[in-house]
Design a protein around this ligand. Structure first.
Ligand SMILES: [Zn+2]
Length: 81
């Protein structure tokens, strides 16, 4: 099962359904962003499974669809080949 299944409320490790996300949480800690460049960040959302403790973080969908941020990644980061 893909790790992204957890976004739909299903744990990819134990198949549990006690999934919680901080998606809509306005108060965020330092782990909640990744710097892309000096002035741009990806925002993260976290998911936990309360059945087995599986934990996953993803870049927010809106940020993955933001062409300006994607351009920055392509020009500042190194592609893994
Ligand atoms: Zn689980």
């Amino acid at each position: 099962m893909s790790r992204t299944e957890i976004k739909k409320g299903k744990c990819p490790e134990c198949n549990g359904s006690q999934i919680y996300s901080n998606k809509s949480d306005a108060l965020r800690g330092e782990r909640s962003t990744i710097a892309i460049s000096s002035f741009k960040w990806f925002r993260l959302e976290s998911y936990v499974c309360l059945d087995c403790g599986f934990f996953a973080e993803f870049i927010k969908d809106e940020d993955l669809k933001d062409p300006k941020k994607i351009e920055k990644v392509k020009s500042n980061w190194q592609r893994v080949v």
